[in-house]
Design a protein around this ligand. Structure first.
Ligand SMILES: [Mn+2]
Length: 470
């Protein structure tokens, strides 16, 4: 974790912005997989991590702005617990590490809130785990609905205003996560061979994160069916002629995430069509990267990539007409159904638990409800310090083609008769992570092979090695 002054300073800023009242920040609990004592990997709440750095379950912090108190609520381990866990830091040690100078038993949190709730506002964030909701209900009373209605928008906005701007120390931690992520992708490209199962390659990608004492920032997507955006099935066999889409990221101990995607051939080379489509996605990504700068709306960057995709597909003969008009009408969403990217930081989709409308949009710029744009998590103007992913793709989804074809949707822009030939093409996505700077943007982490030539070179080397060994 950072030194205690970093957390003290972060809380000072938060207190100033919120002004008055009581801020309640509950940490996360251990969560049983199939019985209480067999836990999922523990993941601390990211906002709790941001303001305390403490990565332990069953804690909460109260920041009482009016009384000028910051209290850590937690329990000392009993001797019975120590028998199983070995020595653990005392609550005083934990509190000191975060610059919190008072600590109290966990149960006193409820008493504290009950004592002051009549004359002070209690601010809390949207609950995303059932136990958060139960705790809030215990303290505040009311139904699930009533609790959700009382979520504090000023607190959400103050936190988003702080966590969106990554400091130099945060940037270097994110780059650490991105560099492990790069190694995970090189491992995928260097281990996949025809005849292997997807899960065999996936397990090696996961191992790279573990090898660096990291975790996954989200479940790995590694599939020959890249057209399914979030495909978590790993049972297919890799065959020459297929492409593997791998979307994976590491999370380091401090909680920061990486998130990248590469698509590569199972054999030594892409087919001609795969290469053509790959280059369209790559050009779309490059045109988006070139546009990244403070002041531009990410929604506009997204639309630049959409037009590039449409233009490229026109050259291949799958689309027709004016790219501006086509994208305006939404015709490109037959091939690119989702958003160009999202914020990244302590969460792979940073702060998504606080609400996309506050993280990715503003009071002036609201999220669209249209197919395509409704999946764009980030629309707002970019500012220095924002960390974003840029991940365009082309996804040929047979079910979607059939549905559109039936009504000849956007027929002025789509060559439906040509689509039959590419029905089983699959999908391609290319994703890298960027920080917005005063001048424009910087790629985070080490560059990872990305062009057709670079990727084919790795595949050629990899498959030649096996021939030698055989
Ligand atoms: Mn992503």
């Amino acid at each position: 974790m950072f030194s205690s002054d970093v957390y003290t300073r972060r809380r000072e800023i938060l207190k100033k912005r919120v002004g008055s009242g009581i801020i309640l920040l509950p940490g996360n609990e251990e969560s049983g997989i199939n019985y209480a004592d067999n836990h999922y990997h523990f993941r601390q709440d990211s906002t709790f991590l941001y303001y305390t750095g403490i990565n332990k379950p069953h804690l909460a912090v109260i920041i009482d702005i009016d009384a000028d108190k910051e209290i850590l609520f937690g329990d000392e381990a009993t001797i019975d617990e120590l028998v199983w866990t070995g020595p653990v830091p005392s609550c005083k040690n934990l509190a000191d590490s975060a610059g919190l100078h008072t600590h109290r038993p966990y149960d006193e949190m409820e008493k504290y809130l009950h004592t002051y709730r009549a004359d002070r506002n209690i601010y809390f964030l949207p609950p995303y785990r059932p136990e958060h909701l139960l705790k809030l209900q215990k303290v505040l009373g009311g139904s699930n609905r009533e609790i959700r209605d009382q979520v504090s928008v000023p607190l959400i906005k103050a936190i988003v205003d702080q966590r969106s701007y990554k400091t130099a120390e945060e940037r270097s931690l994110i780059e650490e996560a991105v560099n492990i992520t790069c190694e995970m992708h090189v491992e995928a490209m260097r281990s996949a061979r025809p005849g292997m199962k997807e899960y065999e390659v996936m397990s090696r990608v996961h191992q790279k994160a573990l090898e660096h004492n990291g975790q996954l920032s989200f479940p790995i997507i590694l599939t020959v069916n890249g057209q399914t955006l979030h495909n978590h099935y790993y049972g297919n066999t890799l065959s020459d002629g297929d492409m593997v889409l791998c979307d994976a990221g590491a999370e380091i101990g401090m909680g920061y995430a990486g998130d990248m995607t590469r698509t590569f051939p199972v054999g030594k080379r892409f087919t001609n069509l795969q290469r053509e489509i790959y280059d369209i996605v790559l050009q779309a990504q490059q045109s988006a990267i070139d546009a990244l700068a403070p002041g531009i709306e990410f929604r506009e960057v997204h639309l630049i990539a959409c037009r590039k995709i449409f233009e490229g597909l026109k050259a291949v003969g799958l689309t027709k007409g004016d790219p501006h008009e086509a994208v305006e009408a939404g015709a490109h969403t037959l091939f690119f159904q989702c958003g160009l990217g999202h914020m990244m930081g302590l969460d792979v989709h940073d702060m998504e638990n606080l609400g996309e409308e506050y993280v990715g949009y503003t009071d002036e710029l609201k999220k669209s409800k249209e197919f395509g744009l409704k999946s764009l998590r980030l629309g707002r103007k970019l500012e220095p310090g924002f960390v974003v992913t840029v991940e365009p793709g082309i996804y040929i989804i047979p079910e979607l083609i059939d549905q559109w074809k039936e009504t000849q949707k956007h027929k002025a822009f789509i060559n439906y008769d040509k689509l039959d030939d590419v029905r089983d093409f699959g999908g391609i996505r290319i994703e890298d992570d960027f920080i917005i700077t005063e001048e424009g943007t910087d790629l985070l982490g080490n560059p990872l092979p990305k062009t057709v030539e670079e990727i084919e070179e790795i595949r050629r080397e990899t498959l030649q090695e096996i021939q030698i060994h055989n």
